[in-house]
Design a protein around this ligand. Structure first.
Ligand SMILES: [Zn+2]
Ligand SMILES: [Zn+2]
Length: 109
């Protein structure tokens, strides 16, 4: 278990505001952002990739209809979900993101 990762934490939906301290990298083709950092809720390392206004690509990844809308080009903040990969207790089977349920926003550079 990774240091600082609270694996005893139960899955909890937690909507947080804009947080600082995350690395945002843009893919070479400029179509994806990857946000890397530590989840504010469970402390797990999370790498979250969002497409830039390209829902067609996301569909192929099994994006659900009720999944959060993809960020569009021109947004200054991207929504990020915890993707620590740990199966936190009570995580719903239909939860798309492999994390603890925390979601927050990160400002694009
Ligand atoms: Zn988390
Ligand atoms: Zn976690």
């Amino acid at each position: 278990m990774a240091e600082g990762h609270d694996t005893d934490l139960e899955y909890t939906i937690d909507d947080l505001d804009v947080l600082e301290g995350f690395d945002v990298t843009v893919s070479a083709d400029g179509r994806r952002y990857t946000v890397s950092g530590k989840c504010p809720q469970c402390g797990g390392k999370t790498d979250y990739t969002v497409s830039r206004g390209t829902p067609e690509i996301a569909k192929g990844l099994g994006w659900r209809r009720d999944a959060p809308a993809l960020p569009q080009v021109g947004l200054s903040e991207v929504p990020v979900n915890c993707c620590c990969g740990y199966p936190h207790a009570h995580r719903p089977d239909n939860e798309y993101f492999p994390g603890c349920g925390a979601r927050w926003k990160v400002r694009l550079p």
